[in-house]
Design a binder for this molecule. Structure first.
Ligand code: GLY
Length: 459
């Protein structure tokens, strides 16, 4: 049997988890990795590991042409926005990850808002795009509570909300002008009140198949305080929903993902092949769209892939071939049945002290013994992120933090309470100048989310 060759681009915890899930497939595969640092977890799974900048297209192409993989999986958003999927396709390598024109779903906030408007898809707020300061102040005053979105890739840190990061109309105007000088334009939106959730769907350009819903925590410190980060931790529940969501919330979010998949094809003539990640908010009036990402969420990936039952390589191939819903797209012969274990998960990101604003860098961390779970998939998984495995001047090897989120610890169990206990105990086993959020996944925090939604729904 043909041993599949897979090229993985990226070297974070998300890509470590993708690598692990590819290797867990019943199909044997050889993994080739292109990343900007040596992730020890990925390295232990890979055949060949090439170091290079993620925006160095010629270097990526040279590696791909040497390896000649069956397909590539592109993890992070920057290479997608730079057109790595297009370049690989040009040398005959298809990708799980959309081409550049479709990656605008994430890289351009205005493209996505305008797409929803043009194709009458529900979920948009009141919004306007500005290229200069004319009318900006009046629109902020009209909205009352507002959101200012830098219109480019900012690692989750370009969105600022009134009442949280911006405390007056003047501050809103000033940040919006800063965004205009950086990107040429800025998107200003109405601010929604509710509870956020991520719904990621496998998408082949015809069909979207949802993964379990996840809730992320963007603020650095316990109690949702401190600066915005790439995401400090996440949880998902058995059954695929979240304790504060209704079945109709999930159905609305799914319908938006499917409509966007269809609209993208009508708008561009290209099929979106990859992960469509809707960042939604459940409000008193239904589900609204905050933003789209065109890849697996980080940390959300580490909640869902470890409990994926279906062969991930088969899913990747169906995404590329357009057969998720059956031959020829759209479910002609039933398609692939994608299943997840009925388990809860909690991810806690262990970060260097000072993250995100002034992190310690090039400092060593040690990973101690992890607690064990109750069997099967239940237990603790450790995913390396902004870590470089290298030797110091004396020749001693170690794990060095590079400055961003360092190590993700996932707890998996039948209940959220047990998954949280495992993730917390696992995160405590990582020693060095680090911190993490102990409150993520706790009954107390989730209880607050449930109460908030009950109050909003008037139930
Ligand atoms: N969890 C946030 C992100 O992946 O962008």
């Amino acid at each position: 049997m043909h041993m599949k060759k897979i090229l993985l681009i990226g070297n974070g915890a998300r890509e470590h988890c993708i690598a692990e899930t590819l290797k867990r497939s019943p199909q044997v595969c050889e993994l080739f990795v292109y990343g900007k640092a040596v992730n020890p977890g990925i390295k232990s799974l890979a055949g060949d590991y090439k170091l290079g900048a993620l925006n160095d297209l010629p270097a990526i192409l040279e590696f791909a042409q040497m390896v000649r993989p069956d397909f590539a999986v592109i993890g992070p958003e920057d290479p997608l926005a730079d057109g790595v999927a297009d370049a690989l396709l040009g040398v005959g390598v298809p990708s799980v990850g959309p081409v550049k024109t479709l990656a605008r779903l994430e890289s351009s906030k205005s493209f996505t808002r305008d797409l929803l408007t043009k194709y009458s898809i529900t979920g948009n707020p009141k919004y306007r795009t500005f290229t200069d300061g004319k009318g900006l102040r009046d629109f902020l005053v009209e909205l009352g509570d507002y959101v200012v979105k830098a219109d480019g890739l900012m690692g989750g840190k370009g969105v600022k909300l009134s009442g949280e990061h911006l405390h007056s109309v003047d501050e809103g105007v000033s940040y919006a002008l800063e965004c205009i000088s950086l990107h040429g334009h800025v998107v200003i939106e109405e601010k929604f009140v509710g509870e956020e959730f991520s719904l990621m769907s496998f998408c082949d350009g015809f069909t979207v198949v949802d993964m379990p819903a996840v809730q992320d925590h963007k603020r650095a410190f316990a109690g949702d305080t401190g600066p915005n980060t790439g995401g400090m931790g996440t949880y998902s529940n058995a059954g695929g929903s979240l304790p504060f969501l209704t079945a109709s919330d999930l159905a609305e979010a799914h319908a938006i993902n499917q409509s966007v998949c269809d609209a993208l094809f009508k708008e561009t003539g290209e099929r979106f092949k990859g992960i469509m990640y809707g960042g939604f908010i459940a409000t008193a009036k239904g589900v609204r769209l905050i933003e789209y990402n065109a890849r697996f969420g980080d940390p959300e990936c580490m909640n869902v892939l470890p409990i994926l039952k279906t062969d991930f390589i088969a899913i990747c191939e169906a995404i590329i071939e357009g057969t998720l819903g059956g031959a020829g797209g759209g479910g002609a012969d039933g398609g692939l049945s994608i299943e997840f274990e009925d388990l809860a998960s909690v991810v806690k990101y262990v970060c260097p002290e000072g993250y995100p604003e002034n992190p310690v860098k090039n400092v060593k961390v040690e990973v101690g013994e992890m607690p064990s779970g109750s069997g099967g998939l239940a237990g603790v998984r450790v995913y390396f992120a902004s870590i470089d495995a290298r030797e110091d001047a004396t020749g001693e090897s170690g794990l060095y933090m590079l400055g961003s989120r360092a190590i993700a610890v996932t707890g998996i169990a039948k209940t959220l309470a047990e998954a949280e206990r495992l993730a917390e105990a696992g995160a405590k086993q990582i020693s060095g100048p680090v911190f993490f959020r102990s409150d993520i996944g706790t009954a107390e925090l989730i209880g607050k989310r449930v109460l908030h939604m009950k109050e909003l729904r008037g139930a």
